[in-house]
Design a protein around this ligand. Structure first.
Ligand code: GTP
Ligand code: MG
Length: 170
């Protein structure tokens, strides 16, 4: 029988940055040009294999609208990993991501793995957040960092595998 472990992941970030789209891409391998805003949160699971392990991802996709902010601790408290998403074409979403990282350092488990994801990298012509600014911030805060696209699939699987490698094998 294969060894198995669970990895509880929460996605956080401003509205419309593409949290649900990243999860949909990873879990169902699809993309929607007009995805509806999430209300409250959505829960999805997916199994992957890594080394000799079978990993069950339990994914909480939270709502970015500010009126749902107070619900977030319910989802990140028990999480082993957090994906903090911003949109590379929206500087405000990067500021919001920085605020999420601060909140996680103050409120979440000290063991939590945090991955900063600069999404919508397919919209390179509209880029407003330089790669080097985000990567410097990530390095300074000990975060994993990737630029992703839910639309083209860039770095979506890679992101979840990087997390899986670091999830405790309990
Ligand atoms: P909330 O649930 O409101 O917090 O938003 P969200 O972060 O879940 O965003 P969602 O996944 O609903 O995506 C918002 C819009 O951005 C949708 O119209 C998506 O099609 C689009 N989108 C998401 N990811 C990408 C991407 O990588 N590239 C492009 N071009 N568009 C994207
Ligand atoms: Mg959503």
């Amino acid at each position: 029988r294969q060894n198995m472990y669970k990895c509880k992941v929460v996605l956080l970030g401003e509205q419309s940055v593409g949290k649900s789209s990243l999860v949909l891409r990873f879990v169902k391998r699809t993309f929607m040009e007009h995805h509806a805003p999430t209300i409250g949160a959505a829960f999805l699971t997916k199994h992957i294999s890594l080394d000799n392990y079978r990993i069950k991802f339990e994914i909480w996709d939270t709502a970015g609208q500010e009126r749902f902010h107070s619900l977030a601790p319910m989802y990140y408290r028990g999480a082993q990993a957090a994906i903090v998403v911003y949109d590379i074409t929206k500087p405000d979403s990067f500021s919001r991501a920085i605020a999420w990282v601060k909140e996680l350092y103050l409120q979440a488990s000290s063991e939590i793995v945090i991955l900063l994801a600069g999404n919508k990298v397919d919209l390179a012509d509209g880029r407003m957040v330089p790669f080097k600014d985000a990567s410097a911030f990530a390095k300074d805060r000990n975060l994993l960092f990737m630029e992703t696209s839910a639309k083209t699939e860039k770095n979506v699987e890679e992101m979840f595998y990087e997390i899986a490698k670091r999830c405790p094998r309990q």
